[in-house]
Design a protein around this ligand. Structure first.
Ligand code: FAD
Ligand code: FES
Ligand code: FES
Length: 1354
């Protein structure tokens, strides 16, 4: 070790600038160094664990052996700073900026409308940028793979993909709309063959190919408005990229490896220069881990609190990277990254006959699905094996494939086979702590030997597998006699499991016995950690079945057998085609300068793409600023018997601990007659409830301080978690609601059929990409505070802080520049967090910042209410539903929050699109000991209607009729009354329905689906078409108001302020458009700086899809006032310019500042009379989806989605279509993917992207078309538009119902007909089990109540 306790200097480059760091702490990751030390805040924190991609950067290194420079994307949150010696890092700031020149990737994502809240955008940009550095002309598969590890919660990915598609060599038709390209070039599939089917997006879309469309129509181009114009884009010019720093080349060429040592506060990291040194270090420090990709060690340190006093990073030891080929196979260095392993195997494979590369192929396949590209680029082969994850994707294949390891220690070298004895338990192998894996031997397969790998994961990509397997069989040449078989599973226990099978010969009888062996040997007790017991067990059978199918095919190809074989199972399709967006033109006579109705790019998209956009945590630190970390309850229902802060207060950097006693004003937030404590004092009612907060000089110190606070509890009896428990104990928040029209009870007596059913909907985590963030700064006099908060409701924050501190509201200013996504989750909970932060700021008289970690955020802030819906429905044989009685139970959690409003909204939407003459609904908010749930896009409507649509589906299933017919029969027709006696016209709903059927070619495709299902046994297709009628505005009339303030400055520039917060929904862009139209000036003259309570007071939340309606009218009002004031000067000088009028007005002492106000509709709901007008108008939509389901695994793919939405005359079609696509994908997540899991003691297990899966780019429908209904006008909102933020989320359920349709097809093969239960989300687990395949039926479900389940069914 060269430098004793001082440590070595770390030298690397960032964006072409040399960085020398003399105190690189091994615990410091590149992300915090970039953000906090270098103030390069373009790279974002989204999860800290490699699961979201927000922190993606490009790392480049020079390889002296080959004299090449390699570039790879990596997650900065998992990149230890000290590992960057000699590397060049490029961040989003390094590739382009608005000050110099923006990079084509930044431009194209922005201009294709791929940036809404923008928080994911820098990560997307860097993933794409890295791809282009390596592959300047990528294919679509390259793009989707590059983006697989980047999550976006706003856009639904399509516009990002469409933006990136413009770099493709072959354009996948039909960019006719978004980009304006057509499908002339054809597309290559993954094997590089020209694509037959998918090269024209329209082949499936109502049957009209875009080629034909282009040929057939003589209409001018004007009739086909586009989302963006590709011709405007700057071309990619690789010569413009940053060069690799020559100094680093010289450093690497010098080949003078030196031992480097870096000391941190708690850990030291040594980089040995040679293998000898490594061996010696490891043998004298056997407990010190080997730090390679840090994808296992890093998360352990961060999330599990593991501390390693010493770590050894052998990244300079060349022997770990050696690749040698022998006659038997290839030795791969254990230090090779998984991406390198994949590309090495891909390069080697074609050099040998296919029969020799069976294992290579299986490994390549697994590597394609393991983690994300960013993870594979750094995670190493040796690291994966030695992490010994129970669900490692490689270990089962390596073990089945007879691989072995070359291991070195001070005792010498040895070869160790990777067989059944190698993996001992979770994270443990037979190797001794001092052993170092040098390389891994991958043998060639022999003639007659076959290796396959299968995996099933909660999400197709970037997700650990639920079950994963490697299977190998070796036949005696030319026969079906098996010489040797080995089968390994991951995900079935605490380690990689092997299975002893004696399968000779390979025939049905023996395989039948093999299933029984699997069932016996891979038995899982019902309480097994991870749950999904039946599913996991059934997957082992399904995989063996799939293996058998493939082996039989092989044997047949080799003429070993001549049997008639069952169908070959093709993988689910995966190629994303170009999407279509159809929207109306602006009227022909509209002024060219008037932007209303045009697809204007989000006004901050470019700065979001360059990383210049400032989010709350990007605000520079102020002098003496403190960071706040929360201490939360670890018990669901308990008395607090003690809080011991003494240890925390001793820790370095800890400044103070804030408790309820420190709150100078109100200690609770009161809502609907219930008080929610800001910080609990005596009792806790959920795990995750906030108890106190530690403030310290850095976020690391604050978090360590929070972890050191000791809380003691005395458990209280009888916590309530589920709806059933709440019902049993009558644990509800009041009021409960009931609504009724007609006579339900009597009607049940006279109908042909009565059916009862229930459906349970899981909750949903907001998963806004920017976690809760705030900064409270004392002004220093007169108890004034500036609060910079990521919130949808600045006024609430202002009022709440004022009450908490016991000061008037006029001392608190809340500023919101932009929000990195909110979806309803940045209202009530944010205000509580802001109150706590303000107390800390008040007490310490310092600026205090609080930014939640992803896990904390998920634990504390709640999400969408899970709902249990029970229904009884009476209907006639012709399908008419005459009566329905629906009872909803919403799991509200421990605090009321907005749950009683949600109850109202659930009942008000329970008719959806249907005229049910006798309808009764009851709804209760269950008070439970879970973190309280809150507003979430759709606010109860997605749960409400889901129950209704499920009921309608059951009616169809009972009658044996197609569900769409039952829907059509019962739809509102003509001017109608809702169940709250409100009159409306469903004309546009019916138009959407018809148009969706036509655009999706519903009846022909329905037939095709049925035909497919007849021919396919293990894969089924399903289709559904679902309507929505969604009420817009707040039923509490006082919330329907808005104000704006518009200043015109002397130079003619205009500053607009209004009450809406920009959270990606494009409200500022739309307000600019409004101001531009009203003032008759171009957009470029108008600026919106922020939303703040000192410019526009007493604002309402940006919620209920009402932001544009309300604020648009207020901005319009202010602008009209100003425009009228300018009238005299305009008249005096009609030929003058805007600037000249403004100048003249100033000189004439005309006020150039005006407020605007909008008094919205006086809506109401009288629950006593059960009538009212709770909404201003309805937004209508209809969605048709088709899915393909693998019945053996439950995996599915949405093949096509067509949505027709009536949003009146869109103010900005690109923003609105963005909302539609994004909401649909969020709904797809809600109903098919996203699962919150709680332990039996009420602890949320799913606290990050590793456990909780939101849709990724792999979940985008392969063909996704959006049509805005033409000729629709809405007199109730600005410029005849309609609110669109929320309604389409529910249409994601169309995927759920399409899956249910496919499941029904599978069940009918087993003779199962009629209604069947399928709860939401329809995860792979639920869909697979519902299919009732012969495999799932082999597994007897454990009797509920006979065991303690791993997770609660809330
Ligand atoms: C977001 C995310 C997603 C993931 N998804 C998947 C997935 O889908 N499938 C899957 O299989 N895995 C997945 N992983 C796990 C990942 O593949 C492993 O963490 C990784 O391979 C470990 O390699 P590493 O180089 O990062 O190891 P490190 O974290 O650096 O080290 C891990 C352990 O291995 C030991 N070690 C490393 N190298 C050697 C060596 N040469 N000799 C002896 N011991 C050694 C270390 O001492 C340490 O104990 C995922 C990880 C993350 C963070
Ligand atoms: S912050 Fe790094 S991957 Fe999420
Ligand atoms: S734009 Fe992707 S997360 Fe908001």
């Amino acid at each position: 070790m060269s430098s004793g306790n001082r440590g070595d200097a770390l030298c690397f480059f960032i964006n072409g600038n040399k960085v020398t760091e003399n105190h690189a702490d091994p615990e410091t990751m590149l992300l915090s160094f970039l953000r906090e030390k270098l103030r390069l805040t373009g790279t974002k924190y989204g999860c800290g664990g490699g699961g979201c991609g927000a922190c993606t950067v490009m790392v480049s290194r020079y390889q002296p052996a080959t004299k090449t420079i390699i570039h790879y994307s990596a997650n900065a949150c998992l990149l230890p700073l000290c590992q960057l010696h000699g590397a060049a890092v490029t961040t989003v700031e390094g590739i382009g900026s608005t000050k110099t020149r923006i990079h084509p990737v930044q431009e194209q994502i922005a201009k294709a409308h791929g940036s809404q809240c923008g928080f994911c955008t820098p990560g997307m940009v860097m993933s794409m940028y890295t791809l282009l550095r390596n592959t300047p002309r990528p294919c679509m598969d390259d793009i989707t793979q590059a983006l697989a590890g980047n999550l976006c919660r706003c856009t639904g990915y399509l516009p990002i993909v469409d933006g990136c598609r413009t770099f493709c060599q072959e354009t996948n038709c039909c960019q006719a709309n978004r980009a304006g390209d057509c499908c002339l070039d054809g597309e290559k599939n993954t094997e590089g063959e020209p694509k037959q089917e998918t090269n024209c997006c329209q082949a499936n879309r109502a049957g009209d190919c875009c080629l034909n469309a282009e040929k057939d129509t003589d209409e001018p181009e004007q009739d086909n408005p586009r989302m963006f114009d590709k011709d405007e884009f700057v071309q990619l010019d690789p010569t413009q990229e940053l060069i690799f720093p020559p100094e680093l080349i010289l450093m690497a060429e010098a080949r003078n490896p030196q031992t480097l040592t870096f000391h941190g506060e708690r850990m030291t990291c040594v980089f040995p220069a040679s293998l000898e040194e490594l061996v010696q270090l490891k043998s004298s420090n056997p407990k010190a881990p080997l730090l390679m990709g840090n994808t296992n060690i890093g998360p352990d340190i961060k999330f599990k609190g593991v501390v390693h006093p010493l770590i050894i990073s052998p990244t300079s030891v060349m022997e770990l990277y050696e690749v040698t080929q022998t006659a038997q196979g290839v030795w791969l260095g254990a230090g090779c990254s998984l991406s390198e392993v994949r590309s090495l195997l891909e390069k080697l494979r074609p050099q040998f006959p296919e029969e020799k590369t069976e294992l290579f192929t299986a490994l390549i396949q697994q590597l394609g699905n393991l983690g994300s590209q960013q993870i594979r680029n750094v995670a190493t082969l040796g690291g994966n094996i030695m992490s010994a994850y129970p669900n490692s994707d490689l270990n089962p294949v390596l073990a089945a494939g007879n691989c072995k390891l070359s291991v070195i220690s001070s005792g010498g070298r040895q070869e160790i086979p990777l067989h059944q004895d190698f993996f001992v338990s979770f994270g443990k192998t037979v190797l001794k702590p001092e052993d170092i894996v040098l390389s891994v031997f991958i043998p060639f397969s022999r003639k007659g030997e076959f290796v396959r790998a299968f995996r099933q994961a909660p999400r197709k990509e970037s997700s650990f597998a639920t079950v994963t397997t490697g299977m190998r069989v070796f036949f005696t040449e030319g026969s079906r006699v098996v010489q040797d078989v080995s089968i390994y599973f991951g995900g079935m226990g605490s380690t990689t499991d092997s299975l002893c099978l004696s399968l000779r010969p390979w025939d049905d009888e023996v395989l039948g016995q093999a299933y029984d062996v699997l069932l016996d040997e891979l038995f899982l007790p019902p309480s097994t950690p991870g749950g999904k017991v039946e599913f996991r067990r059934s997957l082992t059978l399904s995989f063996l079945f799939k293996f058998n199918l493939e082996i039989l095919q092989k044997l047949r190809e080799m003429n070993v057998i001549t049997d008639q074989l069952p169908e070959k199972m093709q993988p689910l399709p995966r190629e994303i085609q170009s999407s279509l967006q159809e929207f109306q033109h602006v009227p022909k006579d509209q002024n060219n300068q008037d932007p209303v109705g045009r697809p204007i790019m989000h006004r901050s998209a470019i700065s979001q793409a360059t990383g210049e956009a400032v989010y709350c945590d990007d605000i520079p630190r102020t002098d003496g600023e403190l960071f706040l970390a929360l201490v939360t309850s670890s018990r669901a229902h308990a008395k607090i018997t003690g809080m011991d802060m003494s240890e925390a207060l001793q820790l370095p950097g800890v400044f103070d601990v804030i408790t309820a006693k420190d709150i100078p004003g109100k200690k609770v937030q009161a809502m609907f007659g219930y008080d929610e404590e800001l910080l609990a004092e005596t009792e806790v009612s959920c795990i995750g409830q906030m108890l106190c907060a530690v403030v310290a000089d850095t976020r690391v110190h604050a978090r360590r301080g929070a972890a050191a606070v000791k809380i003691s509890y005395e458990d209280l009896p009888g916590p309530v978690f589920t709806a059933e428990e709440a019902i049993e104990k009558s644990s509800f928040f009041e009021p409960q609601r009931m609504i009724q029209i007609g006579n339900v009870t009597e009607t049940f007596k006279s109908v042909d059929n009565v059916h009862e059913g229930e459906v349970r909907l899981g909750g949903q985590e907001h998963f806004y990409m920017e976690t809760q963030s705030m900064l409270v700064v004392p002004v220093g006099e007169e108890t004034e505070f500036n609060a910079y908060v990521s919130t949808q409701w600045p006024t609430l924050i202002q009022d709440a802080i004022a009450e908490t501190l016991g000061i008037p509201s006029n001392r608190v200013t809340c500023h919101v520049k932009r929000i990195g996504g909110a979806f309803g989750g940045k209202l009530i909970k944010t205000s509580i967090l802001a109150c706590i932060t303000s107390v800390a700021s008040w007490k310490t008289n310092r600026a205090v910042r609080c930014v939640l970690e992803r896990g904390e955020d998920m634990l504390i802030t709640g999400g969408r209410h899970p709902v249990l819906g029970k229904y009884k429905v009476g209907f006639m044989n012709d399908g008419r539903i005459m009566a329905a009685d629906i009872q909803y139970y919403a799991n509200a959690g421990n605090a009321v929050d907005e749950s009683v409003l949600l109850v109202d909204r659930i009942l008000l939407h329970m008719d959806n699109a249907y005229n049910i003459p006798n309808l009764r609904g009851r709804c209760a908010a269950c008070r439970t000991n879970l973190p309280s749930n809150t507003a979430f896009r759709g606010f109860g409507v997605p749960q409400s209607i889901m129950v209704v649509e499920n009921m309608v589906n059951d009616v169809a299933a009972v009658l044996g009729r197609p569900a769409d017919q039952i829907r059509e029969t019962n739809m509102y027709k003509g001017v109608s009354l809702t169940h709250y006696k409100f009159e409306f016209s469903p004309e546009n709903l019916l138009r959407c329905w018809e148009e969706c059927k036509t655009k999706s070619d519903y009846s022909n495709r329905r037939q095709a689906v049925d035909q497919f299902n007849q021919q396919s046994c293990w894969k089924k297709r399903g289709m559904s078409i679902i309507p929505i009628k969604y009420g817009i505005a707040f039923s509490d009339a006082f919330l329907n108001q808005a104000a704006a303030l518009v200043h015109i400055y002397k130079d003619g520039s205009v500053l607009v302020t209004h009450g809406g917060a920009e959270m990606g929904q494009g409200i500022h862009t739309k307000m600019q458009q409004v101001a531009s139209r009203e003032l008759h000036i171009p957009l470029s003259k108008i600026h919106i700086s922020e939303t703040s309570t000192n410019t526009v007071p007493n604002t309402c939340p940006s919620a209920a899809s009402f932001g544009t309606d309300a604020n648009g009218m207020a901005v319009k009002d202010a602008c009209q006032t100003l425009y009228q004031r300018l009238e005299p000067v305009r008249q005096k000088n009609p030929e003058g310019s805007w600037e000249s009028w403004v100048q003249a007005a100033f000189l004439e002492k005309i006020s150039l500042s005006a407020t605007g106000f909008y008094k919205g509709p006086d809506l109401y709901m009288d629950w006593e009379k059960m009538e009212g007008q709770p909404y201003s108008y309805y937004t209508f939509g209809v969605c048709c989806c088709e899915v393909e389901l693998d019945c053996l695994t439950g995996d599915f793919r949405t093949l096509r989605t067509d949505i027709v939405v009536d949003i009146g005359r869109s103010v900005n079609p690109s923003v609105d279509i963005g909302q539609i696509e994004g909401a649909f994908m969020q709904g797809l997540g809600l109903y098919t993917l996203e699962e919150l899991k709680f332990s039996p003691s009420g602890l949320l297990y799913t606290r990050g992207p590793s456990q909780y899966k939101i849709p990724g780019v792999c979940d985008v429908p392969l063909c996704f078309n959006v049509y805005l209904l033409s000729d629709s006008h809405n007199p109730n909102a600005i410029y005849s538009s309609k609110g669109i933020g929320e309604p389409v989320l529910f249409l994601g359920s169309s995927v759920f119902f399409a899956i249910k349709d496919a499941v029904a097809a599978a069940r009918s093969e087993s003779g199962l007909t009629g209604p069947f239960p399928l709860d939401s989300p329809a995860t792979a687990e639920r869909a697979c089990l519902a299919c009732a395949s012969p495999f799932t039926q082999k597994i007897a479900a454990d009797k509920p109540g006979s065991f303690k389940p791993w997770a609660l069914n809330i």
